[in-house]
Write a protein that binds this ligand. Structure first.
Ligand SMILES: [Zn+2]
Length: 395
């Protein structure tokens, strides 16, 4: 049977000796990655390609030099893994799926190490890394699934200095749920995070408003500090800490929400917000909402795949807020401040719930005919429909 791969991430509290060993390993990983990238770049200027095996041979040679002998002091597994990651980065670059790989720096993306099975031991619920006599002190905040076996372990440290370990497992416990006849439309908004076609409204996490105010203040404070000063460093640290807290709280909330929605529904219809709308209008609240939305969508999609559910994304030009979900009449105008309205057919709508109901209906049409849904686009009102829908996404 084919198991799904699932990552479990936990906080980690290394001893001083372990922290030193890990920091040394991160440094060696960066060094090897950057050396190999430099070698490949140099070859690239001569129109030559260097492959993984060649960089692996280079690593062996580097370890024999006096200058780089310290690479022998850490586990070789993360060093080999970083060369594999570099190989993938180049494969993506040559396949035109990614930009040219860039060097790792201490500040950015440079604090992680990946171990495959030969680089760790997982026994009796204890994880021990190569070159370490003692197991790691991990906070098992949620249990690993019964029978889950880690195939890859990634240790990392974030900008705030917190340590994490992520275990990628083959998870035999995830099996498709029994079929459910339920379907739900999910509309995204600013005053409410989400509105469901059932009428349920999901608000932003409880602390988020306060956190946003704090973040804005910390960012203003950071902007005033002189470059390179100790105070600027402190201010930057504070911004990073608030960012991390917002992200943690949001992720927890979204996990609970997406698991529930996927359990309860067979079909989940969402609006296909494009990247183009998302980069427009980068206010702070927009940025956070957009991040929450894409995180929500990706969680929804992978969990739906685990459990045999379907996520349908409907074209965003669909005039979901102006269309009466009861009779199908399209209103000419629907200014943003109108939160409830009554159609000529006598139905009174909550704006967001009506939009979610329309999304659901559109999604069902897609599921039935397998085509994209743009029913109103070719009508005379099509142009204004587009404008109306654009303004709906602005605060
Ligand atoms: Zn109506």
């Amino acid at each position: 049977m084919n198991h799904v791969k699932r990552a479990f991430k936990y906080r980690l509290y290394p001893s001083d000796a372990q922290a030193a060993e890990l920091s040394r390993t991160f440094g060696c990983v960066r060094k090897v990655y950057n050396l190999a990238l430099a070698a490949r770049t140099e070859a690239w200027t001569r129109q030559e390609r260097v492959n993984y095996n060649q960089t692996s041979a280079m690593l062996t040679a580097w370890k024999k030099t006096e200058e780089l002998a310290y690479l022998n002091e850490v586990s070789s597994v993360p060093l080999q893994q970083t060369l594999r990651h570099l190989q993938t980065a180049f494969t993506n670059f040559f396949g035109k799926r990614a930009r040219y790989p860039h060097f790792k720096s201490r500040r950015k993306s440079g604090k992680s190490a990946e171990y495959t099975t030969s680089g760790f031991r997982f026994r009796d619920g204890k994880l021990t890394l190569a070159k370490m006599p003692e197991p790691l002190d991990i906070v098992w905040s949620r249990p690993l699934s019964e029978g889950a076996k880690p195939s890859t372990v990634t240790v990392s440290q974030d900008a705030v200095g917190r340590w994490f370990v992520s275990l990628l497992c083959d998870d035999p416990s995830v099996t498709p749920l029994g079929a459910s006849g339920n379907a739900v439309g999910i509309d995204v908004g600013l005053d409410h995070l989400l509105t469901l076609s059932t009428g349920e409204k999901v608000t932003n996490p409880r602390h988020e408003r306060k956190d946003r105010v704090r973040l804005a203040k910390a960012q203003r404070n950071l902007a005033k500090k002189t470059r390179g000063s100790a105070n600027r460093n402190k201010a930057r640290h504070r911004v990073a800490r608030i960012h991390a807290r917002i992200a943690d709280r949001r992720r927890d909330g979204l996990h609970k929400l997406t698991t529930r929605l996927v359990r309860e529904n067979q079909t989940l219809v969402i609006e296909d917000l494009t990247v183009r709308t998302m980069v427009k209008n980068r206010t702070l609240s927009r940025a956070i909402s957009d991040a929450a939305w894409s995180q929500f969508r990706s969680m929804l999609e992978y969990k739906a795949a685990w459990y045999g559910r379907e996520v349908i994304a409907v074209d965003r030009w669909f005039p979901s807020s102006r269309l009466c979900s009861a009779c199908g009449t399209v209103q000419d105008k629907m200014p943003l401040h109108v939160r409830t309205w009554t159609c000529d057919c006598g139905t009174t709508h909550d704006r967001d719930v009506n939009a979610a109901k329309n999304l659901l209906a559109a999604g069902r049409a897609v599921a039935a005919c397998g085509a994209g849904v743009r029913p109103q686009r070719s009508t005379p009102g099509g142009q204004s429909a587009m404008k109306q829908e654009v303004s709906r996404h602005e605060p």
